[in-house]
Design a protein around this ligand. Structure first.
Ligand code: GDP
Ligand code: MN
Length: 397
């Protein structure tokens, strides 16, 4: 389970990691009031479970009182990578001298925790990793030995903080950084995290080391040990992935514009690959599983389309336990309630495929195409999405 930045930061604070005073706000007025309590300048930050908020315009620095409500209003109206922004974090702003990157992640390749550090952090960390992979310190941590002092020292050395001033309380920046690395390791263990990332971890002009961002993923299999986090996961109905989980769907939001629904993880993954090979990009991974009933199909479509960024919908079913006519009924149920304004391509093969195709053909819905096979379905969906995106951009002009 991915945590929102503000939730991750409250775990950070509990683990003794340095974070700045902040408030969560759900409206421009609340944001304004929060800024009043915190004092200017503040940063207003979109709370969505996705990186790249800075580049998407979801992070705004406000120096004057009048700017806060307007920035919050703008950000609350945004949708970033298919996620509507429902709240913002208003946080005291600092003057940044250095932006570092620090993470501990469960690495499949290492079969264990991996400590990652870069002296060049910030919004372009992916670019740094591509351009100069050597700029990243990557240190496997033995789970039995735990984080060793020499590993902490390696990070501190790589950070080259000798020129930074000591903090007002006299603590050298190097020492603060060492404390952050150790505290992050403790949090990673205590929270059963699979990822604890701080980007940027900054050194301020005043020589303080502060976590400006937090990205924490908790191992779903350990949620039973974290009652408070589990309750939040179940309560977060606004969140698409949580809604999907409740409906019994395996769902992951992706960046593209072709909504994908299929049965079986392998089928859905290969469909996403085929879409990419045909020049398109998938908006989600959505597996309705085996034997799904019409209601599950309807719930899946609801979650997929709620992104609001879908230009075409591709439904690919190979019926084993799943009956294709059940899927067709679920699809028609949704289409009867709301006319979709995007092309829908359906591929039905296997169990009760004939009945399913007949149901769809009889409904004679404009915009709905029943494809002859999986490959044709992908081709039609990619072409349909391109045409739709083109029509949308003309409408906006
Ligand atoms: P992300 O783009 O989703 O990773 O969002 P971040 O929380 O990492 O913020 C993006 C960028 O906003 C950071 O790299 C900083 O450069 C900038 N930023 C965030 N907080 C502050 C702040 O308090 N002061 C200043 N000057 N910049 C900030
Ligand atoms: Mn960040």
């Amino acid at each position: 389970m991915d945590l929102l930045e503000h939730r991750g930061k409250s775990l950070f604070a509990g683990a003794g990691l340095p974070v700045l005073p902040s408030r969560v706000a759900g409206s421009p007025a609340q944001a304004q009031a929060a800024a009043g309590e915190l004092g200017l300048p503040v940063v207003v930050k979109a709370q969505v479970k996705s990186g790249g908020r800075g580049k998407a315009g979801g992070i705004r620095l406000c120096r004057a009182e009048g700017e806060v409500a307007a920035a919050a209003a703008d950000i609350l109206a945004m949708s970033i990578r298919g996620q509507a922004v429902t709240c913002v974090l208003v946080e005291q702003a600092v003057e940044i001298a250095r932006e570092l990157y620090l993470a501990i992640s469960s690495s499949r390749a290492q079969r264990g925790p991996l400590l990652i550090f870069s002296a060049e952090g910030g919004v372009d960390i992916e670019e740094v990793a591509r351009r100069d992979p050597g700029a990243l310190v990557r240190t496997p941590v033995d789970p039995l030995l735990g984080l060793c002092d020499y590993q902490v020292r390696d990070v501190v050395t790589a950070a080259t903080l000798d020129a930074e001033p000591a903090a007002p309380d006299g603590t050298p920046a190097k020492q603060s950084l060492a404390g952050v690395v150790r505290a992050l390791w403790r949090l990673y263990l205590d929270a059963d995290a699979t990822l604890c990332e701080i980007n940027p971890l900054v050194v301020t002009a005043a020589g303080e080391v502060v976590c400006l961002d937090s990205k924490v993923t908790i191992d779903d299999n350990a949620l039973y040990r974290h009652a408070d986090l589990k309750a939040e996961a179940e309560a977060g109905t606004e969140d698409r992935e949580a809604r999907a989980r409740k409906a019994g769907l395996a769902f992951v939001a992706l960046d593209g514009d072709i909504g994908v629904l299929g049965n079986g993880a392998g089928l859905v993954m290969s469909t996403i690959d085929q879409i990419a090979a045909a020049g398109g990009s998938a908006a989600d991974f959505c597996d309705i599983g085996g034997g799904a009933r019409a209601e599950v199909v309807a719930a899946a479509l609801d979650v997929i389309l709620s992104a609001g960024t879908v230009s075409a919908l591709l439904v690919s079913i190979f019926g084993g336990i799943t009956r294709c006519d059940e899927v067709a009924r679920g699809l028609l149920q949704v289409l009867a309630q709301a006319r979709l304004d995007v092309p829908v391509v359906v591929r039905l093969d296997g169990n009760a495929a004939g009945e399913g195709r007949a149901l769809l053909a009889d409904a004679r819905l404009p915009g709905l195409t029943v494809a002859a096979g999986a490959a044709e379905a992908v081709r039609l969906a990619v072409a349909g999405a391109a045409a739709q995106a083109c029509a949308d951009s003309r409408r906006e002009d």
